[in-house]
Design a protein around this ligand. Structure first.
Ligand code: SF4
Length: 305
């Protein structure tokens, strides 16, 4: 397992598999585009997550700026790449934010893309729990994570909600400049599952512990998506939930970029998405979520700052 810099995990930074070694202190940034200051673009009660998450109160979502993966088609491009519009938080103010979302009625705290700030986020979750936070904490991330960084969250996160985006190294290199995506994500998912164990739902059918792995199907990539499902079902089966997403939307920054892969400029075909849903059922996976094709489009994207 890779180790973190024990003196200051932000300098030189090796928090994600890119291990780019940036000095994120003094306002400098790494590949993830973020310095060490934890920056939140948006916090809100979010009702668009999988139906077992958050219950009637919805999820108290906290959207962090920046991302260490930065896929070229990113649906949250406005906060992962066009950073700089958020608010800076420290450990204590971040704990306040979690507690405020809980007092507004959220049924879970949903950390969205927090891993490049993991040391501070871990301290904030710990502080909020000491001050009475009792809701499940969800870590919603790209899957491209380091095991040593995930260990910082051991015992603090109740539900992991990672993506598993790419199987082929050629595809992940083309779309995210990360040829090592799959082996890194496979190790990360094993660590997440080690921490949470099999999915646990309460008497109302709301998840209190476990893992949901999301896969966003991309146009022209049915073959890669099938490999992802083969892997997830053989490795975890119905111990986890698999969430098969159809909401791919060609964003303006892709449509306007003449060098962007052509297949990403078109929406996902209904026929291919249905084929993939059938394939998942044929594999015997019953703990699964699928989306309506109408989920594709900008309505699924929050109004970021
Ligand atoms: S978290 Fe950011 S700065 Fe740190 S290694 Fe990853 S990309 Fe580089």
């Amino acid at each position: 397992m890779e180790t973190l810099n024990s003196k200051d995990p932000y300098s030189p930074c090796t928090l994600c598999p890119r291990r780019c070694g940036a000095d994120r202190t003094n306002g400098k940034t790494g590949f993830c585009k973020m310095a060490a200051e934890v920056t939140v673009n948006l916090s809100m009660i979010h009702r668009g997550e999988e139906p077992v998450l958050g219950g009637k109160g919805g999820c108290g979502a906290v959207f962090f700026e920046g991302c260490s993966l930065r896929c070229i088609f990113c649906q949250n491009h406005r906060i992962t790449v066009l950073t700089g519009k958020g608010t800076v938080y420290d450990k204590d103010t971040l704990a306040d934010l979690f507690l405020n979302l809980a007092s507004e009625g959220a049924g879970a705290i949903d950390l969205v893309t927090p891993m490049h700030f993991a040391p501070t986020v871990a301290d904030a979750v710990s502080a909020a729990k000491e001050r009475g936070l009792s809701l499940p904490v969800i870590c919603n991330c790209s899957g491209y994570e380091s095991v040593s960084t995930l260990r910082l969250l051991d015992g603090l996160v109740d539900i992991y909600l990672p993506d598993l985006k790419y199987y082929s190294g050629k595809v992940s290199a083309r779309y995210a400049n990360a040829p090592d995506y799959f082996p890194a994500a496979a190790m990360a998912l094993d660590e997440m599952f080690r921490q949470t164990g099999s999915a646990v739902l309460d008497k109302d059918g709301i998840m209190t512990r476990g893992m949901i792995v999301r896969h966003l199907m991309l146009p022209g990539n049915l073959f890669d998506s099938k490999h992802i499902l083969d892997y997830l079902v053989s490795r975890f089966g119905n111990s986890i939930y698999i969430s098969l997403m159809s909401q791919y939307t060609p964003m303006p920054h892709i449509l306007e970029n003449e060098n962007a892969p052509k297949e990403l400029k078109r929406p996902l075909s209904r026929e291919n998405y249905e084929k993939l849903c059938d394939y998942l059922a044929e594999l015997g996976q019953t703990n699964a979520f699928v989306q309506e094709m109408s989920s594709s489009g900008s309505l699924m994207i929050p109004s970021f700052n």
